[in-house]
Write a protein of this length. Structure first.
Length: 314
């Protein structure tokens, strides 16, 4: 009797594992893992794709791997992650080139064209009646207006925010700062995080004060605030591409074809990010808003049959 009870317990322990493994092997449901990098736009794109994939196609479900850019890029190469919806890989060119050249990472093309990066100032500062710096058009003009951007920790100089500590883009800002010899009239500020950088911009904007610094689009901030990019501060156009692990070509070819057609604009992204911020929505709510309100965009990516399924699911 004791031996019988032991055998029953062993069967009960083993059975769920066996059933689960068989289900995976049978391919009833294929889990697609998305790189859930820390900024909002990529997380919204992940959930747009997930909604279409789970409701418009058969046999797929989404999972999300949170993390920073480089660890997730390595995860994509190794096959722990299947999809990266926003590579920004021109900011980490060597890392992505190595992954793509190896064949483990496959580039499906741009999510959005020419995402702008550079140094920005509020439009009210440079345009319109009462503009405090009407001749501020380029980085070369900044020294004339250094007193408007006073550094609170060194009032003898102005302050321009170069970016965020640890971000690769800081090298570009440092190059711009040195190229225009701004060290004589400005200090180059470094924010501790993307949120802190955005906070300095929003805080100045709400008070109608001067602000100058690095930022990028698409973002909720540039979707809400009317900012102007200074001539001479433009970064090279970023490669905001959709990348997949090579295994996707075999295990989910129809999803790969869908992703090849996936395309948005910076204006689309700024719009849904501003909506997300204004309404205090999460990324899932924002993705569903996009699908309900931007049919002219996403219906081009999939077949009429999939379109019908998505509309019904919404």
């Amino acid at each position: 009797m004791q031996k019988f009870l032991v055998m029953v317990i062993m069967v009960l322990i083993i059975m769920p594992v066996t059933v689960f493994s068989a289900g995976q092997q049978d391919g009833d449901v294929q889990t697609i893992v998305f790189a859930d990098v820390s900024w909002d736009s990529v997380q919204v794109h992940n959930r747009i794709v997930a909604f279409i994939m789970e409701n418009g196609f058969d046999g797929y479900k989404a999972d999300y791997m949170p993390g920073d850019t480089l660890p997730l890029a390595n995860g994509l190469v190794q096959g722990d992650i299947d999809v990266n919806m926003e590579s920004w890989h021109s900011n980490w060119l060597e890392v992505y080139k190595e992954g793509i050249d190896s064949g483990n990472m496959v580039d499906l093309g741009k999510n959005m064209p020419d995402a702008p990066q550079g140094w920005w100032v509020p439009r009210y500062l440079v345009e319109g009646s009462g503009a405090a710096a009407p001749d501020l058009k380029s980085v070369a003009d900044l020294p004339k207006y250094a007193d408007l951007f006073t550094d609170p920790e060194d009032r003898s100089k102005g302050l321009v925010y170069g970016g965020v500590a640890g971000w690769s883009q800081m090298k570009v800002s440092e190059g711009i700062f040195n190229k225009f010899n701004l060290e004589e009239t400005f200090n180059l500020g470094i924010a501790g995080s993307g949120a802190a950088l955005a906070g300095t911009m929003v805080g100045a904007y709400e008070k109608k004060e001067a602000w100058c610094g690095y930022y990028w689009a698409p973002t909720a901030v540039l979707g809400r605030l009317d900012m102007v990019r200074l001539i001479g501060s433009e970064y090279e156009a970023a490669d905001v591409n959709i990348l997949v692990n090579k295994s996707m070509l075999e295990k989910a070819p129809e999803i790969v074809e869908f992703l090849k057609k996936y395309s948005t604009t910076v204006a689309d992204n700024n719009e849904f990010l501003a909506k997300m911020s204004n309404e205090d929505w999460n990324t899932q709510q924002t993705a569903e808003w996009f699908l309900k309100n931007k049919e002219n965009v996403w219906t081009k990516w999939v077949s009429d049959e999939v379109v019908s399924k998505i509309k019904e699911a919404l």
